[in-house]
Design a protein around this ligand. Sequence first.
Ligand SMILES: NC(=O)c1ccc[n+]([C@@H]2O[C@H](COP(=O)([O-])OP(=O)(O)OC[C@H]3O[C@@H](n4cnc5c(N)ncnc54)[C@H](OP(=O)(O)O)[C@@H]3O)[C@@H](O)[C@H]2O)c1
Length: 267
Amino acid sequence: MDGKIALVTGASSGIGLATARRLAVSGARIALVARGRERLEAAAAQVGSERTAVFPLDVKNLAELETLPQRVVDRFGGLDIVVNDVGLNHRGPMLGNSAAELVDVITTNLSAPIALSRAAAPLIRSGGSIVNVASLAGMVPVHHEAAYSASKAGLRAFSRVIREELRERGITVSIVSPGPVDTPFFGDVEGVPSLVFSQPMSSADKIAEAILRAIRDGDEEIAVPWFSGKLCTLGYLSSGLLKALRPAMERRGEKNKRAYLARKATM
Ligand SMILES: NC(=O)c1ccc[n+]([C@@H]2O[C@H](COP(=O)([O-])OP(=O)(O)OC[C@H]3O[C@@H](n4cnc5c(N)ncnc54)[C@H](OP(=O)(O)O)[C@@H]3O)[C@@H](O)[C@H]2O)c1
């Protein structure tokens, strides 16, 4: 990554922050993007102020987002890597959320990465890459996460198509699809469907490692954990199998969720 310029959204917390740290250690310079300036500046201090610049913005503001790649080029003199990491989830039954909340999930998780990829691609130098952070929920839809599952499935589909289109420009497009990750993204853990916890929990750094591997090797998709990705593919291919496995997975997920909450309570 020596000498590469990266733009990472969601860079003040969780997976985005861990990715920025790893990129900096590998020699890249990084544009850090999130809404809160203070948390971004704290992240920049952690990652290394000499390697970073902060760009506070809300990715839902698509017009401002589209100007970002050029601002990064103006600041650093080039652009090689874009990591679309920002995500939003409003859990619960569809009828428990307003239309505006559901649309916000799509704007944040799907429209924003589309707008940023479109604006960045002409500026990304040959040999560069786009990595889109999706979710296992984009492989097999999760109960009470309709808009979230739809947004991540859409992001996977978008990524696969532009992967073919951008190949001739020497740009790779990869998807990283995590299972549960121990970050503040869960919010109120009680409201997270038990099924989510049926898969092993990863650290943010484990997902960042996968993102750096995708940048280096240009993989089409990396699911973390690997086995959960295979299970999701099987579940997608056979909805009968998924239905049959679901009660056992929910029981296991509920047990894991209680253990996770107990661990958090002692921290
Ligand atoms: N954690 C999981 O279990 C899990 C599992 C599968 C997939 N994922 C995906 O992984 C990605 C990162 O999640 P995470 O767990 O690292 O979350 P996180 O720790 O909550 O971090 C979210 C980051 O995004 C920023 N952000 C949120 N909304 C934004 C907006 N509208 N505009 C600009 N920045 C915004 C936040 O900063 P500000 O609030 O200051 O803006 C923060 O830097 C998401 O796409 C998520 O869907 C997470």
